[in-house]
Design a protein around this ligand. Structure first.
Ligand code: AR6
Length: 324
């Protein structure tokens, strides 16, 4: 069974929310949920095997995800329940992918649009809501939360993450590359190591990239992203042109991500390592470039993650946000 693309994005942003720790904003998760609800996102719902189905199967063997079974008579399907209390109240578990589903004990399941489940939850008085991916990075969608999500106005969002861009689960990871696009040290090296030799092979076909521009490739062995966007930041020289080129890197990467249908993107602090761009200046420029691009694209909902690999990077952004 192919995972629904909206459910996949939700699963990824849920992962990032946990990765970001207790101060991380849930807004990207809300954005993904809203996009899913508007686009008929399908989730897996475990069911109790109805008696008639068990009889049909004879030995009571379990059906696997993706199997279809025809019954010779009608059978009531009952969702499995979680966290039931003495008052008979319960949550219904739902899953964003087969991988998440398979972490629990084996059972049968059906595929349902989340929107349909939300609509019906109101009709089931003892149902407290839904527990999404209960075995791992879960999202509890109690009934009041469903109301909050349904009324939520999707909007682009910038998250600041303490960690490596390679660990982000997003549509596109941005690489701070060099003009050759044939790999190097720093984050470039880390991305090539994680993606494997297929990435270098594809990069060879791109014939390099000018400073300030960006090119896109597949992600190869990095399964938690779809694309890698390679951009080349300026080597810092202390001239006015540096700022223009650095801002171009952010804008052109966002543009490519949008063109390829990504709704999430993770940036490293481009040019601030080997290329020596002063962190405080680069942080201001990057934020101006990203917010400027988001403002110029009011119809796009983009979840942007800025990854601070070193403590100094996190401090530079904190200083800006605190108005220092
Ligand atoms: N994992 C994740 N992020 C990292 C890592 C890593 N292993 N190493 C550095 N960063 P840099 P640049 C972060 O130096 O300044 C390469 O050789 C770092 O903290 O990788 O644009 C290229 O091939 C910072 O946030 O890139 C070029 O020749 C960000 O990555 C040259 O370096 C950028 O630091 C580009 O220099």
């Amino acid at each position: 069974m192919k995972t629904d693309t909206y459910a996949k994005e939700l699963e990824r942003l849920l992962y990032n929310w946990y990765y970001g720790g207790e101060n991380a904003s849930p807004k990207p998760v809300f954005n993904a949920l809203r996009a899913g609800l508007e686009n008929n996102m399908q989730v897996l719902v475990p069911i109790e095997t109805p008696a008639a189905l068990a009889e049909n199967l004879g030995s009571g063997e379990l059906i696997k995800v993706g199997d279809t079974v025809t019954l010779d008579r009608e059978a009531a399907i009952r969702f499995q329940r979680l966290g039931g209390n003495e008052r008979g109240q319960y949550f219904i578990p739902v899953f964003t992918s087969e991988r998440e589903f398979n972490q629990g004990k084996a059972s049968s399941c059906i595929i349902q649009p989340l929107q349909t489940l939300f609509t019906h939850a109101g009709l089931w008085p003892d149902c407290l809501g839904f527990m999404m991916n209960p075995w791992n990075k879960k999202l509890v969608l109690a009934k009041d939360m469903i109301k909050t999500v349904t009324g939520y106005q999707p909007q682009s969002h910038i998250s600041f993450v303490r960690g490596s861009v390679v660990d982000m689960h997003v549509g596109a990871i941005v690489n701070a590359a060099n003009n050759s696009l044939l790999g190097g040290g720093g984050v470039d090296g880390a991305i090539h190591r994680a993606a494997g030799p297929g990435l270098l092979q594809e990069c060879r076909t791109l014939h390099g990239c000018n400073t300030g521009e960006a090119k896109i490739t597949g992600a190869y062995q990095i399964s938690h992203t779809d694309y890698i966007i390679h951009t080349v930041g300026p080597v810092y020289r202390g001239k006015g042109q540096d700022a223009v080129l650095l801002a171009d890197c952010y804008r052109n990467s966002l543009e490519l991500a949008m063109e390829h249908g990504c709704t999430s993107i993770a940036f490293p602090c481009i040019s601030t390592g080997v290329y020596g761009y002063p962190l405080d200046e680069a942080a201001v420029l990057s934020l101006r470039a990203v917010t400027g691009w988001l403002d110029a694209h009011p119809d796009v909902v983009m979840n942007v993650y800025i990854c601070c690999f070193r403590d100094e990077e996190a401090e530079a952004y904190e200083n800006i946000l605190q108005g220092v």
